[in-house]
Design a protein around this ligand. Structure first.
Ligand SMILES: [Zn+2]
Length: 490
């Protein structure tokens, strides 16, 4: 079956800089997504690459297609079910291609979606995965992660944690994330985090945040960071200021001219939020994380000031933050984004996050219906949740002009998901398969800004054994310095 759709031809500026990825049903109406011009130079000298990794990738690619995909300026995805998540374009059930000089990727039995966006994750904690698996926010997280393990990080440990988090996210189909950092004990820690993000090839917002100790330079070091790493708009990394709700920090962010990414937004901090609003310090595009148990007044303020909301449903439910405010946000006209927060306790994969949002919102409404309530809001659909995990995430990260949908002129952050596997087949409903059936093992191929980062199930140009070794050494160092008692079998 072949479906027409109203895609426009690509704009003329869509072809500069690197490979274009095309999705549309006919060459004359091809949807071109572009590569970032600043990207190509960054890929060659990654220290975690090795000849053996390249040889391994080449060996897994006996037909040479990967080399073509990496070498050609134009890449065509042929035959997939494409969920553009662009409501103006719609979806199409199969793509037919007449190829010219392009590398053609057969996407038969694949679902093609925009890369997932995770709007709140503390990347440096990649070393601490599942170390606090049964913990609560208070007292466990504050004591063990905040006050014991995090202060023991050296810059090299922050680098290792960020790197494994970013590569793990790419492997699971998350192409963009907001790194709510929180480990900037010294400027060198911040440099290490940014270097790891750069080397990973992920698209990220680095939300510079405080650390601890006498050498911390928060928030003023953001000026140096911006000058050193963020002078270009045409790159995968952007900068924001992470903050608790605090008048001084918000005032500083406004002076510097960056978005705020606010943590710890809840009924406990609502009074400060309202004060910031009265002081005129909230800006459209600022991000607010958790937002549990806010009043109608606070929600109206967030809506009126153009707030972006990040809900970490699994963590909020498991660690005691409160009720994830999915329905509260929707009731106030805000479509939320989704986030994973900390993998010290819970998985960071986008499927877990999407399913938690889907099941929770429906549970809450169905319980209200069971209690006799009438005229309830609609139940979330899988498509709603997929939007939360893509375009709403892109909006929250301030990147909706570049990613979040498969739209001509945007950059090509694309995930190909395998449907012809025993855990998914047969394919009867594509959004449902993605949100409610799949898991990270179905992430087949990943592009970021048109560059292939994962190919047929394997990360490209990543020496995984070396990354694992570096991460283990860093974990050992942090645990040793902190005196924390791990419990492997607990
Ligand atoms: Zn958090």
């Amino acid at each position: 079956m072949r479906h027409d759709h109203p895609m426009k031809p690509a704009t003329s500026d869509a072809c500069c800089g690197g490979p274009d990825v095309s999705l549309a049903p006919a060459p004359s109406r091809r949807a071109l997504l572009t590569a970032s011009a600043g990207l190509a130079a960054g890929a060659a000298a990654l220290p975690f690459l090795s000849d053996s990794a390249r040889a391994q990738a080449a060996g897994a690619n006996a037909d040479g297609l990967l080399a073509q995909v990496q070498g050609r300026r134009r890449i065509l995805l042929k035959g997939g079910v494409v969920l553009t998540l662009d409501r103006g374009i719609g979806d199409f059930a199969q793509v037919a291609i007449s190829s010219d000089d392009a590398a053609v990727i057969d996407a038969t039995n694949r679902i093609v979606v925009p890369g997932f966006v995770d709007t709140h994750h503390h990347f440096y904690q990649g070393l601490l995965r599942s170390i606090l698996t049964n913990g609560l926010l208070n007292p466990d997280y504050s004591r063990d992660i905040g006050n014991t393990l995090t202060p023991a990080y050296a810059p090299a440990d922050a680098y290792a944690g960020v790197l494994v988090t970013a590569l793990g996210m790419i492997d699971m189909g998350t192409t963009t994330a907001v790194d709510t950092s929180q480990v900037s004990h010294t400027p060198e820690h911040s440099d290490a985090c940014i270097r790891a993000l750069q080397e990973s090839g992920m698209r990220a917002v680095y939300a510079y945040w405080r650390g601890s100790g006498p050498d911390m330079r928060y928030p003023q070091d953001i000026v140096r960071l911006r000058r050193t790493y963020f002078s270009s708009q045409d790159q995968l990394l952007t900068l924001a200021l992470g903050a608790v709700l605090d008048t001084n920090v918000f005032t500083y962010a406004r002076e510097v001219g960056v978005h705020c990414v606010s943590h710890g937004v809840s009924n406990n901090t609502e009074r400060t939020l309202l004060e910031l609003g009265r002081a005129g310090l909230l800006r459209p595009g600022d991000e607010y994380i958790h937002c549990t148990h806010l009043s109608d007044t606070a929600w109206r303020l967030l809506k009126d000031t153009g707030a972006r909301i990040s809900i970490a449903a699994p963590i909020e439910m498991a660690m005691g933050h409160g009720l994830p405010p999915i329905q509260a946000a929707l009731d106030h006209g805000i479509r939320p984004s989704l986030s994973s927060d900390v993998d010290a306790t819970m998985a960071q994969d986008p499927f877990t996050i999407m399913r938690a949002a889907f099941t929770l919102q429906r549970l809450m409404l169905l319980q209200r219906a069971r209690g006799g309530e009438q005229n309830l809001p609609p139940l979330l659909t899988c498509r709603d949740v997929l939007e939360f995990a893509t375009i709403e995430g892109a909006r929250c990260a301030g990147l909706e002009s570049k990613v979040g949908t498969l739209t001509p002129g945007k950059e090509a952050d694309i995930v190909m998901l395998t449907a012809d596997r025993l855990n998914v087949w047969p394919l009867n409903n594509a959004p449902g398969a993605v949100v409610n059936v799949m898991n990270p093992s179905n992430v087949d191929t990943v592009f970021i800004a048109g560059k292939v980062k994962k190919w047929r199930g394997n990360l490209v140009d990543v020496d995984a054994a070396r990354v694992l070794r570096v991460v283990q050494e860093a974990r050992d160092a942090v645990v040793r310095r902190s005196g924390f008692q791990m419990n492997l079998l607990g």
